[in-house]
Design a protein around this ligand. Structure first.
Ligand code: HPA
Length: 287
């Protein structure tokens, strides 16, 4: 999907400069990534066995904060996926850790400043739709922002309001569908609702979200996707259903969420690898 966002995109009025962080990274690793990949809970193992060209701890990168959630290691890796250079965020920041949304989404601005034109966001999610069960991988078709805020609040918008009528690009959703099929999985799509956390939801909230059209629920992804669109990136997102949402199964625990993520890790790695090849091919076709 070609984008017409201004480059570089306008920044929040205060805060760190993503171009400076990108420059810091380039001094160690001059490779220009074409794609960014955010590995959420359970997907962190998906880059094991791949050649890592450079690895930065979040704590050493200007403007980054260290994630505080178990299962989120907090590294930016430059990885070669077959012939493609990918900038991988292994772990992410969440608003529920106390960060504001510009801080949560700063790493996405850095990926854009590094030159990435495509972005895949991955996450763990609760399944709301009746046929979404633990272990399922689901393509995000659209989202509901129930965070109560926008990451673009206070950001100058010289180009006008950001169009979110197709946040998750059709060609990248197609690439995800083909990647799932090539690993023997049925491609299914769903609407992802982002809740602020850090508690899991109540059954009443899940009934409300279902009525509003949500199929999946989580605590991430949406702010990053909005900022990525603001930066002109082509975006896709993939959820790993780790539990039935509140009131639809048993009690939900963080351990269950991470355990299911680990279990699907080898499968997720195959899907992501295939996706990177297909996405890059679709980018060169549309270039
Ligand atoms: N709710 C919110 N976030 C989640 C869930 C959930 O049920 N599962 C994994 N992340």
């Amino acid at each position: 999907m070609p984008t017409d966002a201004p480059h570089p995109p306008p920044l929040p009025a205060s805060g760190p400069d993503p171009s400076a962080t990108a420059e810091f990274i380039r001094r160690t690793c001059p490779l220009r990534p074409s794609l960014g990949l955010v590995l959420g809970s359970g997907f962190a193992g998906a880059v094991q066995d791949l050649p890592v060209t450079a690895c930065f701890e979040f704590a050493e990168l200007p403007g980054f904060h260290r994630p505080g959630v178990p299962g989120h290691s907090g590294q930016l890796l430059i990885v070669r996926f077959d012939e493609v250079t990918v900038a991988v965020l292994r772990g992410r920041l969440h608003a529920y850790e106390g960060h504001d949304l510009p801080t949560v989404t700063f790493p996405i601005r850095v990926l854009a400043a590094l030159g990435a034109r495509q972005l895949l966001l991955t996450n763990a999610a609760g399944g709301i739709r009746d046929d979404f069960h633990p272990g399922d991988l689901v393509i995000v078709s659209d989202h509901l922002n129930a965070l109560g805020a926008s990451p673009l609040r206070g950001v100058p918008l010289p180009g006008g309001f950001v169009d979110l009528s197709e946040v998750y690009s059709r060609p990248l959703r197609q690439a995800l569908a083909e990647a799932l099929q090539s690993t023997g999985l049925a491609p299914r799509e769903g609407v992802y609702a982002a809740m602020p956390g850090p508690s899991f939801e109540t059954p009443a909230e899940i009934r409300a979200l279902r009525t509003l059209g949500a199929d999946l629920v989580g605590m991430s992804t949406v702010a990053e996707a909005i900022v990525a669109r603001h930066c002109g990136l082509e975006v896709a997102a993939l959820s790993c259903v780790t539990n039935r949402a509140a009131g639809l199964g048993g009690r939900i625990s963080h351990e269950e969420v991470t355990e299911v993520g680990h279990r699907i890790s080898p499968l997720a790695q195959r899907v992501l690898r295939r996706f990177v090849t297909l996405a890059t091919a679709s980018a060169s076709l549309s270039a």
